[in-house]
Design a protein around this ligand. Structure first.
Ligand SMILES: Nc1ncnc2c1ncn2[C@@H]1O[C@H](COP(=O)(O)OP(=O)(O)OP(=O)(O)O)[C@@H](O)[C@H]1O
Length: 228
């Protein structure tokens, strides 16, 4: 599935006790675009990713992916949408130390329908290979480096062939060389597979490689720039 346009309109995300965490007047992201999100710490960048994933409390406005209007869908429908269309790469990886790379990347076999298991396993393996992860099954990821773990986390996000990848600080805590290689590989992979990538980051090397960069400040999307 590769054709989900994102349309956000008059969005207001609120947190506990009704505090406004984020407002976005309007944002359209075309299928296959790569978008960086930047801004100071605490500005609302992760909140934006959660809202796009249907994981935030949308108090007002719309978040629409193709025909799926997340703000009017119930929790179960949003979870189904994520399972079919969204791959998430979180800041702290959320991998299982005691499992090997393939088992981590194919972890969705634990909750997806059995008819999807073979394809998922195959994609998990081939994506790990494309991302140059060695030792797919020979050892648990407990002994993997930060860069290798992030690659496994990316392969996991891609394993169910989602149209959209949402990544939170994918290069955080990696040294420059490893981070640059990861950016190259991630961008090559999403472009090759025509996925939409939306990545929160403080890393200007990452932003330089995106089609567009969105600026969030003080709980508000304040503008965007396009890379040529
Ligand atoms: N559910 C919530 N209820 C109340 N406040 C929240 C909630 N979730 C996040 N916040 C607050 O909203 C603000 C924005 O948080 P967010 O994690 O989106 O920032 P960020 O821009 O991603 O920051 P960083 O770059 O430091 O990760 C922070 O002040 C955070 O403490």
């Amino acid at each position: 599935m590769n054709s989900l346009e994102l349309s956000v309109q008059d969005l207001l995300v609120s947190g506990e006790r009704g505090r406004t965490l984020l407002t976005v007047e309007q944002l359209v992201v075309h299928p296959g675009e790569t978008v960086g999100i930047r801004g100071p710490s605490g500005a609302g960048k992760s909140t934006m990713l959660y809202a796009l994933a249907g994981l935030a409390n949308v108090a007002q406005g719309q978040v629409r992916w193709g025909d799926a209007e997340l703000s009017t869908m119930g929790e179960e429908a949003r979870a189904r949408f994520r399972r079919s269309s969204v791959g998430m790469v979180f800041q702290d990886f959320l991998l299982f130390e005691e499992l090997d790379a393939v088992s981590n990347a194919a972890i969705a076999t634990g909750y997806l329908h059995g008819s999807r298991h073979a394809a998922l396993l195959e994609r998990a393996q081939s994506t790990l290979q494309k991302l140059n992860v060695k030792d797919l099954t020979q050892r648990t990821i407990a002994s993997f480096s930060g860069g290798e773990r992030q690659r496994v986390a990316i392969a996991r996000a891609l394993a169910h062939d989602p149209a959209v990848i949402l990544a939170d600080e994918p290069t955080a805590s990696l040294d420059r060389k490893v981070a640059d290689q990861l950016i190259d590989d991630l961008v090559a992979l999403v472009r090759q597979e025509k996925k939409t990538l939306i990545a929160v980051s403080h890393d200007h090397h990452l932003h330089e490689r995106m089609d567009r960069i969105i600026d969030i400040e003080d709980g508000r999307m304040v503008g965007e720039v396009r890379n040529d």
